[in-house]
Design a protein around this ligand. Structure first.
Ligand SMILES: Cc1ncc(COP(=O)(O)O)c(C=O)c1O
Length: 412
């Protein structure tokens, strides 16, 4: 007989890596709601609610605010493939792994990709980006807001304005930063933003919220081709080149998210329920409380790590509040410590990529996982594990330092 294996019974973990992170139980609950047909008025009503909720999340009035099925890079690919015509010049400021991802996706769209790079652990001065725009005159700047690979967050307010002044489009990947720190799509004049659920939104990976403004929507419409079999009687293809991907063709996805409800893919019902609940939880909490919570947790974690004689990675002025990089002490093997944290304490912390591989760990404190009990448990477990490997911080120093941050009277 075929092996049917054991009942699915995954261990409970504190997911404190760079994502995915613990899913808020309210989101898991929403995902267990009954399936609906994708044109059921209840379902399309939820789609409209989601558009409205995610306008709140992206701080935008953009009508075209919707979900793309797939993980965060599905959102990125949908925007890139729908905006980039082969041969277009795209400028990508790279300050970590996910800048390289943007550049790779643009390359696959047959763009002429120009990258500028800064050392991992630093971000760009807006002037560097303006200089590159003046030199290369790209159609689009594609930039990450928070790059989990380096734990750095690129300030974007000035860059958005620079792009607009030079009539260049700017597309931002905010997967790792969205709702963990401010992102003011409209105020900062950002044309497109893409995200994912599995970081500060505290949902599972599998659907990508995006928002695009009219400048992008206009470009997309100029390439509109509807697949055969569902074309309305008055159909006329647009003059522009057909978008290279069917799945990520924003013009057809926009039709499905519009009153036309023209069929495209089969919507991922349970992921849509999840996304709806993620957004409600964030907006109910409120921005100030949420940002303060992430900042305080970051400060507590950093204080705790430093009190354990560990060195925090990167330019602290531009550190993401929801991920912390910390140098692995010379005496220990990073992956051995991570393995013991997982097996002995049920705590997952992150490894790192590229030039940082084996040099730093990355500890995530995002959304539902951004909690005092997580920080204290992680510091205590790290201290115990490091001691076994010869890194002897004073007993309890990390937890005490973190508690001191939490116990500090609030500024009046
Ligand atoms: C900044 C950033 N962009 C893009 C991605 C890719 O997301 P996904 O793996 O969901 O496609 C990630 C994932 O960690 C990320 O942190």
């Amino acid at each position: 007989m075929q092996n049917l294996f054991e009942d699915l019974n995954p261990p409970v973990r504190r997911l404190m890596g760079p994502g995915p992170v613990e899913v808020d139980p309210r989101v898991l609950n929403a995902m267990s709601m009954p399936m609906l047909g994708q044109f059921d008025p209840h379902f399309t009503g939820y789609m409209n609610e989601i558009m409205s909720l995610y306008r709140g999340i992206f701080c935008t009035d953009n009508h075209w605010t919707m979900l793309i099925d797939g993980t965060a890079r599905a959102g990125i690919e949908s925007v890139m493939v729908s905006v980039i015509n082969p041969g277009d010049k795209i400028l990508v400021p790279v300050f970590g792994r996910f800048g390289h991802l943007l550049s790779e996706i643009a390359t696959r769209c047959h763009a002429e990709v120009i990258t500028i790079e800064t050392e991992w652990g630093t971000v760009f001065d807006p002037q560097q980006i303006e200089d590159a725009i003046k030199q290369h005159r790209p159609k689009v700047v594609a930039c990450v807001q928070g790059d989990t690979s380096t734990t750095m967050a690129q300030p974007l307010d000035e860059i958005g304005k620079i792009c607009r002044a030079h009539d260049v489009l700017i597309c931002v990947d905010a997967t790792a930063s969205i709702t963990g720190m401010p992102l003011l799509t409209d105020d900062w004049q950002i044309d497109a933003v893409t995200a994912g659920l599995q970081k500060c939104l505290s949902g599972p990976p599998g659907i990508a919220p995006i928002t695009i403004n009219e400048r992008i929507a206009e470009l997309v419409r100029s390439r509109k081709h509807i697949e055969q079999g569902i074309r309305p009687d008055d159909y006329q293809a647009a003059d522009g080149e057909m978008i290279q991907s069917n799945y990520f063709d924003l013009s057809m996805i926009m039709d499905y998210w519009s009153e036309a409800r023209l069929n495209h893919h089969t919507e991922a019902t349970s992921m849509l329920y999840a996304a709806r609940e993620c957004a409600r939880i964030v907006l109910k909490e409120g921005w100030q409380i949420r940002f303060d919570r992430h900042l305080q947790t970051s400060e507590a974690l950093v204080s705790g790590l430093q009190a354990m004689d560990l060195q925090v990675f990167g330019d602290q002025q531009n550190k993401m509040p929801n991920v912390t990089g910390v140098y692995i002490p010379d005496t220990v093997v990073g992956d051995t410590v991570r393995g013991e944290m997982l097996n002995d304490f049920g705590i997952e912390i992150g490894t790192s990529f590229g030039p940082l591989h084996g040099k730093i760990w990355r500890i995530g404190t995002m959304g539902f996982g951004c909690r005092k009990d997580n920080v204290l448990a992680c510091l205590a477990a790290l201290e115990m594990t490091l001691r076994r490997h010869g890194h002897n911080a004073s007993a309890g120093a990390g937890v005490d330092a973190a508690l001191a941050v939490y116990n500090r009277p609030a500024a009046t």
